[in-house]
Each structure stands twice: as structure tokens, then as C-alpha cells.
Design a binder for this molecule. Structure first.
Ligand code: COA
Length: 156
């Protein structure tokens, strides 16, 4: 597997275009994305000036924040970039004074549940029927209907 050890996240400002193509890979609802972007910070990972990853950090309280969205461009997935982006956002969040970080994923998102737990996140809550109640169309992943949101949390 080719690794990307040089990857550094960069926060984008209002003058930059939001990489919706990437954010929509993680969240099929543009309306939902637009709602949380209003209060979030967007960080991107670039390679040769191409945006290959995006991660969205949203404050919840003075001491906790949430990774609202994380996505790696399909051609670059499976190369360790997602893992590096989460490791960097953990450092960034800690430097901002947060004491814990959470991330929500779906009951059917097997790879994501694997990655987040491997990086020290632990299941803290299950929002039952979240994706049925909040999304217009049924969603399937790995042949399993996406119904519940699994919230994972990690101390910093
Ligand atoms: N199935 C099983 N394991 C997988 C996997 C898959 N589909 N994809 C990655 N992994 C494993 C890797 O082998 C690696 O394991 P290791 O630490 O034991 O070596 C680990 O997960 C980290 O993989 P990495 O290469 O860093 O993941 P990535 O760069 O592909 O990023 C995502 C992970 C989820 C961000 C990326 O696949 C993506 O953008 N997916 C679409 C959007 C999405 O689902 N976002 C999350 C919404 S909750």
C-alpha cells in the first residue's frame, strides 16, 4: 500500500470553494451539509494542488467538538490518508482546547466503524432510526440498510 506521509491539513476560509464533491461522498444531503458548515471549520488535504481529502470540525460545547464529515477522493482511498487526516484533526482539536471529539457514522458503515475504533474512538451513543427520520430516500451500504447513527467519542 502506498502511504502519504507528507499530508498536511489546511483550513479553508470563506474565499475558498467548498469541496462539495468530496463532502457529498460522506453525507448525501447537501442541505444537511450546508446547515453544519455554517458553524464549522473545513480542512482540506492537497496533493499537487489537487484537493484529495476534506474534514469538517464543528464545535459542540466549549470542551467538545464533532467531526461532521470526512472524505477522501475515491482514487486516493485506502492509502492511509483518512487515518492521517483524523490523526491531524485530533491534534488540531486538542490545540484549540477541546477535551473530546466525537464522530457519527452509520450502522452499516463497517470500514468507518473499524477505522474510528482503531484510532481510539469508542461507541458512546446510538441514535436509533436517525437516517430514516432525517433522510428522504432509503440508503444502503454494504447491502445493509442505513438506519441508526453510531456516535463514537475519544478523549484528547
Ligand atoms: N474496508 C475495510 N477496511 C478499510 C476500508 C474498507 N473499505 N477502507 C479503509 N480500510 C482500513 C485500512 O486498511 C486501514 O487499516 P489499517 O489502519 O489497519 O491499515 C484503515 O481502514 C484506514 O484506512 P485509510 O486508507 O486511512 O482510509 P481512507 O483514506 O480510505 O479514508 C474514508 C477512509 C472513510 C474517509 C474514505 O474511505 C472515504 O472518503 N469514504 C467515503 C466517505 C465516507 O464514508 N466518509 C465517512 C462518513 S462517516
Amino acid at each position: 500500500m502506498t502511504r502519504e506521509p507528507q499530508l498536511i491539513l489546511r483550513r479553508i476560509g470563506e474565499e475558498n470553494e467548498i469541496p462539495y464533491d468530496l463532502l457529498l461522498l460522506a453525507d448525501p444531503s447537501k442541505a444537511a451539509i450546508e446547515t453544519y458548515l455554517r458553524k464549522s471549520q473545513v480542512f482540506i488535504a492537497e496533493k499537487n494542488k489537487e484537493i484529495i481529502g476534506a474534514i469538517v470540525l464543528c464545535p459542540l460545547t466549549e470542551t467538545s467538538a464533532e467531526i461532521k464529515n470526512i472524505a477522501v477522493k475515491p482514487a486516493f482511498q485506502g492509502k492511509g490518508i483518512g487515518k492521517l487526516m483524523i490523526q491531524q484533526i485530533l491534534t488540531i482539536a486538542k490545540e484549540k482546547g477541546y477535551q473530546s471529539l466525537c464522530i457519527g457514522t452509520a450502522n452499516a458503515s463497517i470500514a468507518q466503524l473499524y477505522i474510528y475504533q482503531k484510532l481510539g474512538f469508542e461507541i458512546s451513543e446510538i441514535k436509533r432510526n436517525f437516517f430514516i427520520d432525517n433522510y428522504a430516500e432509503p440508503i444502503y451500504e454494504n447491502g445493509i440498510q442505513v438506519k441508526h447513527m453510531i456516535v463514537l467519542r475519544r478523549g484528547l
